[in-house]
Design a protein around this ligand. Structure first.
Ligand code: PLP
Ligand code: COI
Length: 364
């Protein structure tokens, strides 16, 4: 049973790690989420023992009973964050404690046990340390995916009494392959992502399952991402399938939809708000309607729109498509503020500048 002090992780290094030459080939162009490192971390939970048996071991399949609760009632949550090779050669993670806290909030919403923040961060450090050779150079990073799911063998609808927490890691390049161009987005008027009282603020797999059909519709309309509107009025812009959204106006002010339980409280979103305010820009967390978006784009009062998230970092949105018609933001190209905020954030994340907000977490 794990109480206040951190437990010792049993480390079983993989007997068959990927050979160095093969790894170098994989790292040359990893794409997003297709290449994985040699190891994974697992921690078990049961009602009687609490969190136990933390292990670092060879990455591989996980045996599950066909009646495991997650396969039926989707009691599953996850996180996403990145580790970088810093300018001085050391390894840095970006705000892992913030992901730990969001994981706890997701767990609470899904009636799952709370993993202590220190144990979450230690699990990440263990994996990053053993698989540090998998961090790509240059613009790449190591995407870390902690997740937890219900393993109790029982078909009754109730919170599971047993869980498995796992961390895997994937070297990644850009999320939008070959996209130097701004993104195009499809406004879904038929499907909503999250309703008040639902699970929109939690990072649970079910939210993403529900986003796949509208995301496929976006792709059919030749768009990169879907934009969700609020479930009640189908009017207020909420977020994209996997990113938060920001609007930049001609007076230099910035606006982003407020956190109200239906959108994911993005860690990148919060960082961007802080960076913009530190520049003296006015940032309003205020609802913004799709009609206003269309109107402000037409009048050119709206200068830039961008999406942000761990996987996508900061990406300009140039074109908006919907059943009501299409429109362009600004001149359809990346705006100045979008580019400079992305550069400022990336410099902090990669240790190329100072860390005025204490966001970097050195691992080695
Ligand atoms: N919104 C959704 C639905 C997401 O999946 C993500 C990605 O994690 C975000 C927003 C951005 O969150 P973060 O900046 O913490 O990665
Ligand atoms: C992330 O940015 O970490 C996400 O989870 C988004 C997903 C689209 C990969």
């Amino acid at each position: 049973m794990i109480a206040d002090s951190l437990p010792t992780f049993l480390v079983h290094p993989s007997p068959t790690p990927v050979p160095e030459t093969e790894r170098a080939q994989l790292l040359a162009d990893p794409g997003f989420g297709r290449v994985f490192t040699d190891h994974m971390v697992t921690i078990r939970y049961s009602e009687s023992r609490g969190w136990h048996d933390p292990e670092v071991r060879q990455r591989g399949p996980i045996a599950l009973d066909p009646a495991a609760a997650v396969l039926h009632y989707a009691q599953e949550i996850f996180e996403g964050l990145k580790a970088y090779r810093g300018a001085d050669g050391g390894v840095l993670m970006f705000q892992p404690a913030a992901n730990a806290r969001r994981f706890q909030l997701s767990a609470a919403r899904l009636a799952m046990p709370i993993l202590p923040e220190a144990l979450f961060v230690e699990a990440l450090e263990q994996l990053v340390r053993i698989d540090a050779a998998w961090i790509p150079d240059g613009d790449g990073s190591l995407y870390l995916r902690p997740f937890m799911f219900a393993t109790e063998v029982f078909l009754g609808v109730k919170p599971s009494s047993e869980y498995l927490f796992v961390v895997i890691a994937s070297p990644v390049g850009s999320y939008f392959k070959g996209k130097a161009k701004p993104l195009s987005v499809w406004v879904s008027d038929e499907y909503a992502r999250a309703a008040p009282g639902g699970t929109g603020a939690a990072k649970c797999g079910g939210n993403y399952a529900a986003s796949l059909l509208p995301q496929a519709e976006a792709i059919r309309h030749e768009c990169d991402q879907v934009v969700f509107l609020d479930a009640k009025e189908r009017r207020w812009v909420e977020e994209l399938g996997g990113m938060n959204i920001f609007f930049v106006f001609e007076d230099g002010s910035v606006r982003t939809p407020p956190l109200g339980g239906t959108i994911l409280p993005g860690i990148t979103r919060s960082a961007i708000i802080t960076l913009a305010r530190a520049r003296g820009l006015e940032v309003r967390e205020e609802a913004y309607s799709i009609e206003q978006w269309r109107e402000d784009a037409a009048s050119k009062r709206l200068r830039e729109v961008f999406a942000c998230g761990t996987a996508a970092v900061v990406a300009a949105i140039g074109q908006v498509r919907s059943r009501e018609g299409d429109f362009i933001v600004g001149d359809g190209q990346e705006g100045q503020l979008t580019g400079s905020l992305r550069a400022e954030l990336a410099d902090i994340q990669r240790g190329r500048s100072g860390d005025p907000h204490g966001w970097r977490h050195p691992v080695t």
